[in-house]
Design a protein around this ligand. Structure first.
Ligand code: 4AD
Ligand code: MG
Length: 449
């Protein structure tokens, strides 16, 4: 509801009619300069520079306008010459304002309680600040990260919509494990044991015969008993399952998906600016992504004297621990698709490679600065082989009857993956920890706010 045309600064004459607008928001920043008071008003991710001139600046002391006070301001909207710091090169020259609700100053001021720039690597500072996450979220970086997260999530949805893959919503309350018993959160479900899901993969697999290729963006839960930069107890898992594919199809799909999601994200100007600000050196990974077999990674680590968790040289069969993985991704400094992990260090459902029975058709995608962001594989699709896998793993097959049935009624070679959204964001935005990519992070010891 604006009347008139936007006036250009320095063209006082114009057609005599300036745009009059009413804006509402919260004070982000105040500066007194000469006889003027500059207020940056924040409304969500948007900012407007407002200037209080003449009587307004005399009547009200800038002290009233403390950070977070919500205001209503009416005035003329002016276009500024390029090169000013004003958002969108616009300025609201106020002739009226009203305090909607004041925020406290002094010791209780937001800025005193939660400083604008703090070291997320310092665990002490971040614990205290995470108690005040509801307030730190009002700062530029935390809110921008959450905004980018929403753009990335939409990008996954768009990319899958373009590919004709259907989004589904599997349950979070389950009675089967997917990724090993040690990270299960168990609960009492009307007197029966149940868990919070570790992955929606098994449910996605059941949908291939009815819906074809499917994906979901759901929460997964892991009772991780260690505090690391990249482990959460509750995280957002982008998972997909693809029917009648080969392992190479799965790898091709993953690199195309990630490239498309990065492109779509960069199409959003605010997301692109945020990535540029916090991850100056970001370069989109080029296709094809570097592919490396697990056995070659073991050689690579051994050649450089990088030891395993017991302090010995890496040998075939070792788990590549977080530290070693990080050394590899940081030194190679590009996206790596690590494939063909030994069966005994991977989950029970993984298909063995046709050319080497010791290894699986599995892939982890490793990114510089983070390490593993994706875990995927082809799935055992033969009935008898799956029964043998339960046995080997010591799993009671009975709760998995619905999963096993897929191998009975028209099975097919298929595969899929899971991508940790917070880890993807940590890579994209160069975040010190995945905790920064969550609205209200959950990890060992924290379930508040
Ligand atoms: O490698 P993971 O455990 O694989 C699965 O869960 C498969 N069932 C997925 C599938 O094939 N549908 O987990 C997949 C990804 C990891 O690569 C990582 O990005 C993320 O999920 N992830 C975590 N992110 C944050 N905190 C944790 N504790 C995570 N555990 C896994
Ligand atoms: Mg994994």
């Amino acid at each position: 509801n604006v009347i008139g045309t936007l006036r250009k600064s320095g063209s006082e004459g114009g057609d005599g009619k300036a745009v009059r607008v009413l804006v509402q928001g919260r004070v982000q920043r105040v500066a007194k300069q000469g006889g003027l008071i500059f207020v940056w008003l924040r409304r969500g991710m948007k900012r407007m520079q407002c200037v209080l001139t003449g009587d307004l600046s005399k009547t009200y002391d800038a002290l009233v306008l403390v950070r977070e006070t919500s205001l209503e301001i009416i005035g003329e909207l002016w276009e500024l010459p390029p090169g000013t710091h004003a958002p969108l090169s616009r300025e609201l020259r106020a002739d009226f304002f009203r305090v909607v609700a004041a925020a406290p100053g002094g010791d209780d001021a937001l800025i005193t309680r939660v400083p604008e720039n703090y070291d997320t690597a310092s665990s002490q500072a971040s614990e205290a600040l995470l108690n005040l996450r509801h307030l730190t979220l009002r700062h530029d970086k935390p809110s921008a990260v959450i905004y980018v997260r929403s753009v990335v999530e939409r990008a996954f949805q768009t990319a899958y919509h373009e590919l004709g893959v259907t989004k589904v919503s599997p349950p979070a309350l389950v009675q089967t494990q997917v990724e090993g018993g040690s990270t299960l959160f168990s609960l009492d479900y009307y007197g029966q044991p149940a868990y919070l899901t570790q992955s929606s993969q098994l449910y996605l697999e059941t949908l291939l015969p009815s819906l074809g290729d499917v994906y979901c963006i759901e929460k997964s839960f892991r009772a991780e008993k260690s505090l690391t930069r990249r482990h959460l107890s509750e995280y957002t898992h982008v998972e997909a399952e693809l029917d009648f594919i080969t392992f190479d199809d799965l790898l091709d799909h993953l690199e195309k998906l990630i490239s498309r999601v990065v492109d779509l994200t960069l199409e959003d100007p605010v997301a692109a600016a945020t990535i540029k600000e916090y991850n100056k050196d970001f370069v989109k990974p080029t296709m094809p992504f570097r592919r490396m077999r697990y056995s070659d990674a073991i050689d690579w680590l051994r050649e450089r004297g990088i030891k395993n968790e017991e302090g010995n040289d890496h040998v075939f069969g070792d788990d590549i621990a977080e530290a070693a993985e990080r050394r590899m991704t940081d030194e190679i400094n590009e996206c790596i698709m690590l494939t063909h992990f030994p069966a005994h260090i991977k989950a029970f459902y993984m298909q063995r490679a046709a050319d080497d029975d010791r290894v699986t058709e599995s892939v982890d995608i490793l990114m510089p600065g983070v390490g593993e962001i994706v875990g995927g594989s082809m799935r055992i699709w033969d009935f008898e082989e799956l029964l043998a896998a339960y046995k080997r793993e010591g799993l009671d097959p009975s709760p998995y009857y619905w999963y096993t049935d897929q191998r009975k009624y028209g099975s097919s070679p298929h595969g899929g993956f899971g991508l940790g959204l917070e880890r993807f964001l940590a890579w994209l935005l160069k975040l010190w920890t995945v905790r920064e990519a969550c609205l209200y992070p959950r990890y060992m010891g924290r379930c508040t706010p």
